[in-house]
Design a binder for this molecule. Structure first.
Ligand SMILES: Cc1cc2nc3c(=O)[nH]c(=O)nc-3n(C[C@H](O)[C@H](O)[C@H](O)COP(=O)(O)O)c2cc1C
Length: 332
């Protein structure tokens, strides 16, 4: 049996495959099925700043009805209603899942302002979560706010949460920062135990007849992994925080590439929504086979082997390759 073990956020895990935040983990029975399928850890969906402030203002509303969800994925979606639980139901869900499961349960908070909703970080910890993921999903639309201001706000949120908690705090980020490596290093200094890269940004389409913005949820495919591989490779060995990949991991080879680039954990969502929880077991099995066939002794032997620090062609991740890539195009 190939040794796939890894350490993520201080947890020793039998393998790196984690069920990422999604409607699947909003459902208690589905959390059990994910554990039975072998998930090394489970990230619960985010409790949103807006849900907390709406409840406080007595105007709770449903933030996230996924009417546009992929048809083939529908059978694995819990009811939209379960996915829009308010703060009290969320804490109850954390409690139930943490009590019932033996794998680490990671709560998730989404917000961007350093406000009162941060109290929920401690409440999620008190409800039994083993770690917390801060999902910083922010679109900087204010022309008066500089990039430095946005980063400062993020760092303030992370420090405020980190100060309150004893459990590890991971930060889930978008790639849209002007100097991502610098931000990662500042988050490292702020005490982030993990960096989860990258959040996907959902782009609203426009209906030109109705003159309306149309939210659309497209699930990822493996091509989205490439952006993650580059940044994992750049950060690997250069931050203390553990690294998790999220976005575009569908197959065993995807997961191995993420680990070789430097990921300690690999989160999967779209593939589980499409194929169901048992896909985790399949990916795990196929990772073992892949490594055995190539005579690896363990997954850790491969971990970070394609990082910028260790890769035989570091220029591939940097600017140097830009010119080469453009020159590879051939007219048909
Ligand atoms: C329907 C759906 C709901 C999601 N909800 C959350 C969420 O509540 N919090 C969060 O941090 N990420 C959420 N995500 C993002 C996923 O955790 C993951 O980062 C993203 O889907 C990329 O991974 P994938 O390519 O494996 O799907 C959601 C994704 C989907 C498809």
């Amino acid at each position: 049996m190939m040794d796939l073990s890894t350490t993520y956020l201080g947890f020793r895990l039998p393998h790196p495959l984690v069920a990422g935040a999604s409607p699947l983990s909003a459902d208690f029975d589905m959390c059990r099925r994910l554990e039975d399928a072998g998930a090394a850890a489970i990230v619960l969906p985010s409790l949103f700043e807006e849900q907390i402030t709406a409840e406080a203002a007595g105007t709770e509303h449903h933030m996230l009805a996924h009417e546009e969800s992929h048809a083939e994925a529908m059978s694995y979606f819990p009811l939209a209603d379960e996915y829009t639980m308010g703060p009290q139901r969320y804490l109850e869900h954390v409690r139930r899942v943490s009590d019932a499961l033996t794998v680490p349960v990671i709560g998730s908070l989404n917000g961007t302002s350093p406000e009162g909703w941060l109290d929920y970080a401690r409440l999620i910890q008190d409800a039994g979560a083993d770690a917390l993921e801060l999902n910083f999903y922010h679109v900087a639309t204010d022309p008066a706010e500089s990039g430095a201001d946005v980063e400062l706000r993020l760092l303030d949120v992370v420090r405020a949460v980190e100060d309150q908690l004893t459990i590890p705090v991971a930060v889930k980020l978008s790639p849209f920062f002007s100097s991502f490596a610098n931000l990662a290093s500042q988050l490292d200094d702020a005490g982030a135990a993990g960096l989860v890269i990258f959040n996907r940004f959902y782009q609203p389409d426009i209906d030109p007849d109705a003159l309306d913005a149309v939210p659309r949820l497209h699930l990822s495919d493996s091509s989205e992994l490439l952006l993650r591989l580059r940044w994992l490779a750049i950060l690997s060995g250069r931050v203390r925080a553990s690294l998790a990949a999220t976005g575009g991991v569908h197959t065993a080879v995807d997961a191995i590439k993420a680990v070789m680039s430097g990921a300690h954990a690999v989160q999967i969502v779209a593939a589980l929504l499409t194929h169901g929880p048992m896909h985790l077991a399949k990916v795990r099995r196929e990772m073992s086979h892949w490594l055995e066939e190539r005579e690896y002794q363990s997954l850790e032997q491969a971990q970070g082997s394609m990082s910028l620090l260790r890769c035989p062609d570091p220029a591939a991740f940097e600017r140097g390759n830009y010119m080469k890539i453009l020159q590879t195009w051939k007219a048909r």
